[in-house]
Design a binder for this molecule. Sequence first.
Ligand code: DC
Length: 239
Amino acid sequence: MSSPTRPKKLIIAVDGPAGAGKSTIARLVAKRMNFLYLDTGAMYRALTLKALRKAVDISNAVQLTRLAKNTRIDLENNPDGSIKVLLDNEDVSTNIRKPEITKFVSDVAKVEGVRKEMLHLQRRFGLRSSCVLDGRDIGTVVFPNADRKFFLDAEFKTRVSRRHKELKDSREAVTAEEVKKDLKNRDTIDSNRECAPLKKAPDALYVDTTKMTIEEVVDTLLKHIRVRANRHNRPNGYG
Ligand code: DC
């Protein structure tokens, strides 16, 4: 007797620089497809929060690696598609978005030992069910065999104004000049670090979101995911 066919788990990788729209788009795509959404940047942010609270020297790779090994980070999807970030069982979803975390997160994320711990965690999450992961190295390192890969980008000026608006909306008092400085600094660190730098996977679809609406970007991704799923003759009741 043949067993009923179960849809294969799909992994969708969404990479790109800060402010390109990754988290908004990845969250909406996951919601439309009824997939899990994993914000991998949130994991690095949670560890940065713990490091600052414990006054760990951010330039000390050994201490940061030890901290990563002794930290529990969980991501849960809320019914509205947003995520809850748990740091050693404490909900830190709001705290990790503060400018002081943003300022140091790239320095924490460039440490090889830290990335190794996060890699295990991200792969474990990815095996749970079909999911959309957003980050910097998902298509290149974490899931090089992802079913579909996207690299979202936008002009620097647009990325700055999006990030500034996002912070203003969450009532953070930062100037456009500060956001500009932070993005430039993070772009440089994230793209030039030795371990898993931000770069487009050769087989990722490059999407310049500068002049696109959120809905247009979401539709572009969904179209490519479905074309691919159909081409491989997979059961396709995805959203
Ligand atoms: O997406 P975000 O702004 O929340 O990410 C915060 C930082 O984490 C980002 O500056 C680089 C790092 N990061 C990373 O190195 N690799 C990932 N997969 C995700 C984020």
